[in-house]
Design a protein around this ligand. Structure first.
Ligand code: HEC
Ligand code: HEC
Ligand code: HEC
Ligand code: HEC
Length: 194
């Protein structure tokens, strides 16, 4: 009798433990799902502008907006584009996915990944986030000021391999790409940094 009780007791303990372990696993699963449900999303250049257009921080927005990338959508309607389109049976290069994929961030990224509270417009052309990564999670002041945290929250360091995703021979107007010269042409540093 005593022995039987002991066995029962042990079985109950086992069951409790198994239940506890199962609960832990489902909690873990739940957290993983939650995490998977909030991927880094694109917020558009106007969001970056709220902080990145003062003289103190280096007017990155203004510099970008006057450079080639912010104006890349317009090129799909220029004479060269229209000529190329005519010769290659493309109706309207400014609406053609094959061209937009490198000339406009908004057309290149998965629609699901565009934040609904902000705007990533087609007219932005190649926007900040094509090079720096989608900003939904790193765009707060506290995270931006801490590079490690920013990188953990989706900030990408734009190295040559990021450029090459577009600066390659798939582009009908390809020109040989020299990273150092090209990066210098579009430079928009924070003043006082090396
Ligand atoms: C709430 C204000 C704010 C917003 C919004 C913001 N930033 Fe920043 N960002 C900062 C501050 C502040 C720094 C750090 C400046 C410093 O270190 O002097 C910074 C730094 C950076 C850096 C340099 C990171 C490093 O440490 O090397 C990059 C790149 C950057 N931001 C890109 C962006 C992009 C792209 C967006 C839009 C998606 C954006 N930021 C939105 C405030 C902001
Ligand atoms: C999402 C695609 C994309 C990425 C990523 C990209 N570019 Fe570009 N880049 C373009 C397009 C499109 C143009 C042509 C703009 C136009 O219509 O005039 C361009 C033009 C340029 C130009 C002007 C052309 C010239 O020779 O003067 C420079 C410089 C440049 N890019 C540098 C860079 C650098 C440096 C990087 C990486 C840090 C980079 N780009 C990443 C798409 C991209
Ligand atoms: C693989 C990415 C990519 C694709 C696809 C692409 N482009 Fe481009 N395009 C670029 C880059 C990068 C540049 C800048 C090249 C440079 O000057 O270094 C550029 C430059 C151009 C230019 C010259 C801009 C100027 O100075 O006038 C035109 C025009 C153009 N592209 C039209 C098109 C058309 C039309 C299509 C579709 C048929 C297309 N592109 C497809 C990446 C691409
Ligand atoms: C075509 C790619 C490209 C685009 C578009 C772009 N950047 Fe950058 N950005 C770079 C590169 C390359 C650097 C230099 C990285 C380095 O020095 O390591 C840089 C540097 C920066 C820095 C300074 C980091 C430092 O250490 O000084 C900030 C801030 C920044 N970008 C913000 C922006 C914002 C905001 C936008 C849009 C308004 C933008 N960038 C658009 C490629 C890009």
């Amino acid at each position: 009798m005593v022995i039987l009780n002991q066995v029962n007791y042990l079985e109950n303990e086992m069951t409790k433990r198994i239940i506890l372990i199962l609960m832990c696993f489902s909690l873990l699963g739940f957290l993983l799902v939650l995490n998977a449900e909030s991927p880094f999303k694109y917020v558009g250049a106007k969001k970056c502008k709220t902080c990145h257009n003062t003289k103190k921080i280096g007017k990155q927005y203004e510099i970008w907006s006057q450079g080639p990338h912010a104006n890349a959508l317009k090129s799909l309607s220029n004479e060269a584009s229209l000529k190329y389109a005519k010769e290659n049976g493309i109706k309207d290069p400014a609406k053609e996915a094959k061209c937009l994929k490198c000339h406009a961030t908004a057309a290149a990224v998965d629609k699901e990944l565009i934040d609904k509270q902000t705007t990533l417009e087609l007219a932005e052309g190649v926007s900040c986030e094509s090079c720096h990564g989608p900003g939904s999670h790193y765009k707060t002041n506290a995270i931006m000021k801490n590079k490690e945290k920013a990188l953990a929250n989706g900030l990408i360091e734009p190295v040559e391999k990021v450029c090459i995703t577009c600066h390659n021979k798939e582009n009908p107007f390809y020109k040989p790409f020299n990273y150092k010269n090209a990066a210098a042409k579009i430079a928009h540093p924070i003043p006082g940094r090396k």
